[in-house]
Design a protein around this ligand. Structure first.
Ligand code: GLV
Length: 320
């Protein structure tokens, strides 16, 4: 029987790759940088299955060049990089990796909240630079979490996991979501509020929504203006949920106190971007799910989806 042809767009956990070797002929993109669109088209043109990452743009044009493709499995929970409509038209199954990265992402969000609130990057820089000459009662004062109101935008899996963690710090919780989560309200004493009320009430606004037409630039000039001047903005969701120019302006003018961004727009943020210059902006390179065990589990889940799609059975973790 002819073996399946599979394209994998980056080096992922070896044990997961081994499982693919058993069923097909694999082409792996081994460079550190993702393939350019044209290279990706070249890779998938004879393939039955594609295992991709969030850095790969899977659009209708690419699908046209891949007539045999029957399954696309992305090693990410987000799937805004895949044209689902075009996949539906072609009957291509699409899978992703939800759930497995919830804890890792929520842990990282907490690390970012604490780092920004307690000014840890500035403190590290201060100590390293030799400026530390005495214990100073007014040195590097940050925000105490105790008693703060935390505004969670998007009470899905990750929002809830952040809510669970942050209540241990003695905070109050408000959240905004299309769906009321009475289970979370009962468990954590969280209160659902209108989006504008969340912005005006919260000391920390943390974003946990997928990128959609509705959430694109959810935070722009008017929203930043509504936030408290002492507020912190944390984004571990998708860069385009925040209007970068508006955020830059708000941080430069201290319309909000500080931000922590694991995701940016554009992504990666170019090395000379003015946001890097701001001491009140902590930027990390999209690593919220980067626990070693988590990434291995994600790779296996992506392979589970791919193998199911190649067999022509429903995917265990489907998008469509
Ligand atoms: C990471 O951002 C993911 O979508 O898995």
């Amino acid at each position: 029987m002819e073996k399946h042809r599979i394209a994998v767009t980056r080096t992922i956990a070896q044990p997961a790759i081994e499982r693919l070797h058993n069923v097909g002929k694999i082409t792996i993109w081994t460079e550190r940088q993702p393939p350019a669109h044209i290279q990706l088209m070249q890779m998938v043109k004879d393939c039955d299955g594609l295992l991709c990452l969030l850095t790969d743009c899977i659009d209708a044009h690419l699908l046209e060049s891949a007539p045999r493709l029957s399954v696309i499995s992305t090693m990410s929970v987000g799937y805004e990089h895949i044209d689902l409509e075009a996949c539906r038209r072609r009957g291509i199954q699409v899978g992703h990796t939800p759930g497995v990265l919830t804890d890792s992402t929520a842990d990282f969000t907490m690390a970012m909240i604490l780092s920004v609130a307690r000014r840890i990057p500035q403190a590290v820089e201060y100590a390293r630079s030799g400026l530390w000459s005495t214990w100073d009662p007014g040195l590097l004062l940050g925000h105490d979490l105790l008693g703060m109101t935390i505004g969670i935008v998007g009470m899905g899996r990750i929002g809830e996991a952040v809510a669970e963690r942050i209540t241990a710090f003695g905070t109050n919780l408000v959240y905004h979501d299309r769906i009321q989560r009475t289970d979370v309200e009962n468990k954590l004493n969280a209160k659902i509020v209108a989006f504008d009320d969340l912005l005006t009430q919260a000391d920390i606004v943390t974003l946990h929504v997928p990128l959609t037409d509705q959430t694109h630039h959810l935070i722009s000039y008017p929203q930043l203006k509504m936030m408290k001047p002492s507020a912190l903005l944390i984004n571990t969701s998708r860069g385009k949920v925040v209007d970068t120019e508006a955020l830059l302006h708000a941080l430069q003018n201290r319309e909000i106190d500080a931000a922590g961004l694991d995701v940016t727009d554009p992504e990666p943020l170019p090395a000379n971007h003015p946001l890097y210059e701001l001491p009140n902006c902590l930027i990390t390179p999209h690593i919220a799910s980067a626990g070693a065990a988590t990434r291995t589990k994600m790779a296996h889940m992506a392979v589970d989806n791919l193998l199911a799609g190649l067999k022509g059975v429903p995917l265990p973790y489907p998008v469509i």
